[in-house]
Design a protein around this ligand. Structure first.
Ligand code: SF4
Length: 255
């Protein structure tokens, strides 16, 4: 994508959502760090459900250590990988007490040295809690960057490095939120909703997904064509095995 197109891409996402932020609920950097650790391979919604009652009583690393691993495991048992995550959260809380005076550190190196904290988690905390211009690449960001041609790359590190290079001001701070939300709600994994996408003309993905009503019409037309061709040519193996109306074709898309 050319530089002007990248600018326009983010300008439109920004216009549609001027104040994007994480959907994880927290009231301080420590709770945000815990929520991000818990969100690995889980939805933000499931983490929020488990964390609301937890965060009402646990606001500091010391309180978490006092709460203990058994009670924490029980509090987060609805979240995937809760055994490992409970262990990590207690260990990282203890490390914050031992080495950082109970505060969340502000450097990537110190964050990534904490148990259960990888590059993506560090990027989210640095960005959302401390306002740094970091680019956390999750599954949504990775897909959107590759599909659209915005910042293609074979690995999350490659995509992150490209975003780092190409995202212009004034969009750098919120870029990763826009990309996550765009991937989660519009440019979805199985069927991107191109017909209502604000960057449709800038995106290189082909073919674009049609609006639902046109997909229904076009799949009806294809079924009718197949039925009439089967009538003309007589029964075939395909026609006899797959009744009309049970098409295996993929959803229709714009050319
Ligand atoms: S046009 Fe479609 S594929 Fe491209 S960004 Fe929009 S939703 Fe995603």
């Amino acid at each position: 994508m050319k530089r002007e197109q990248v600018f326009e891409f983010f300008r439109r996402l920004a216009e549609a959502n001027p104040s994007p932020t994480t959907e994880l609920e927290s009231s301080n950097p420590y709770q945000l760090l815990v929520a991000v650790v818990l969100s690995a391979q889980a939805t933000d919604a499931s983490v929020n459900i488990a964390c609301r009652p937890l965060f009402a009583r646990i606001k500091t690393p010391q309180q978490m250590v006092d709460f203990g691993e058994d009670d924490l495991r029980d509090a987060i048992k609805t979240i995937g990988l809760f055994n490992t995550k409970a262990k990590n959260v207690i260990a990282l809380s203890q490390a914050l007490m031992d080495h950082h005076g109970g505060e969340v550190p502000r450097t990537r190196e110190q964050l990534q040295a904490l148990p259960g904290v990888g590059r993506k988690t560090a990027n989210v905390v640095l960005n959302t809690a401390f306002g740094e211009e970091t680019f956390a690449v999750d599954t949504h960001v990775f897909r959107v960057c590759n599909r659209t041609g915005l910042a293609p790359g074979k690995t999350v590190d490659e995509v992150e490095a490209k975003l780092e290079r190409i995202v212009p001001q004034p969009f750098r701070r919120d870029a990763h939120h826009w990309l996550i939300l765009h991937g989660r709600y519009t440019c979805k994994a199985r069927l991107p909703e191109c017909w209502r996408c604000p960057v449709i003309d800038l995106c290189r993905y082909r073919p674009k997904t049609l609006p639902p009503e046109e997909r229904i019409k076009s799949s009806g037309a294809r079924t009718a064509i197949r039925a009439s061709s089967a009538t003309r040519t007589g029964p075939s193996r395909t026609a006899s095995r797959r009744p009309a109306g049970r098409s295996r074709s993929r959803p229709s898309r714009l050319p």
